[in-house]
Design a protein around this ligand. Structure first.
Ligand SMILES: *[C@@H]1O[C@H](CO)[C@@H](O)[C@H](O)[C@H]1NC(C)=O
Ligand SMILES: *[C@@H]1O[C@H](CO)[C@@H](O)[C@H](O)[C@H]1NC(C)=O
Ligand SMILES: *[C@@H]1O[C@H](CO)[C@@H](O)[C@H](O)[C@H]1NC(C)=O
Ligand SMILES: *[C@@H]1O[C@H](CO)[C@@H](O)[C@H](O)[C@H]1NC(C)=O
Length: 215
């Protein structure tokens, strides 16, 4: 009887969750490649000190989800810094950033003006930031920066997913531990408050044990 009530409550709780995921899955059929800046790419004109696109406006029009990819069509005059740290983003430099929350994507060339395409997989939900820290931060301060919010979507594809954690192993416990009720501690305690809460604990324990015997 008690189990039946619990089961239907679990069901009532899970129903909207299941419906939500069903809806989310049917709305997105796959993962999206977002080409940063569209056809303008990820460029900065050093003479006019202007970014080739309004990246914040571009980002505001996109929906980003786990497993999507950002594609930066650019050259080695710009950098691609990804950070989860708003302070680093506002600072426009990765010089003071921690390795845990900030990553530089390399094109693999030290030569100026070499064409490169940098792809970044979105593997974490939530707010994240991109900027170019080239020219001592002046690129970033002049528009080479944008922030995005990554939603869950259909979740990560298996290729980007982490391996599952090892199975849970119960910590060792002795039979005495399981059998000695906390009430024995309380009878010697002069504190009435502790006694009454222990009494309540005992009553609840009895109810739980009764319920377990019923099923
Ligand atoms: C995204 O780009 C990759 C690599 O270029 C390509 O294999 C994939 O099909 C693209 N996905 C979509 C949804 O366009
Ligand atoms: C963000 O980065 C700054 C350095 O740029 C660091 O001082 C701060 O602790 C970081 N914040 C978080 C939440 O890690
Ligand atoms: C970035 O942080 C450093 C160290 O706190 C500071 O000297 C520099 O002025 C900051 N730059 C910007 C653009 O906020
Ligand atoms: C790249 O930067 C170098 C050095 O500032 C400059 O001479 C060159 O014109 C730039 N090339 C492009 C394609 O922006």
């Amino acid at each position: 009887m008690a189990m039946a009530v619990v089961d239907s409550m679990v069901f009532l709780f899970l129903l909207p969750v299941a419906l939500f995921f069903n809806l989310a899955a049917s709305q997105s059929t796959g993962y999206t490649n977002h080409t940063v800046g569209g056809s303008a790419g990820w460029f900065f004109n050093i003479k006019t000190q202007k970014a080739s696109a309004d990246y914040s406006a571009w980002a505001a029009k996109q929906t980003f989800n786990l497993g999507d990819t950002l594609v930066f069509n650019t050259n080695t005059n710009q950098t691609v810094i990804q950070t989860y740290n708003a302070t680093t983003y506002k600072n426009c430099t990765a010089d003071y950033a921690s390795d845990d929350d900030t990553f530089q994507y390399q094109g693999g060339s030290n030569e100026f003006g070499k064409a490169m395409t940098i792809t970044v997989s979105l593997t974490l939900e939530g707010q994240q930031y991109y900027f170019s820290d080239a020219d001592d931060g002046s690129q970033c301060l002049n528009g080479m920066a944008f922030e995005i919010k990554v939603g869950h979507g259909i979740g990560l594809p298996p290729s980007l997913n982490q391996p599952p954690p090892p199975p849970y192993v119960e910590p060792p416990s002795t039979v005495e531990d399981a059998e000695s009720p906390p009430i024995t501690v309380v009878t010697s305690s002069p504190n009435g408050c502790v006694r009454s809460s222990a009494g309540l604990f005992f009553a609840v324990s009895v109810l739980v044990m009764l319920a377990l015997h019923l099923v």
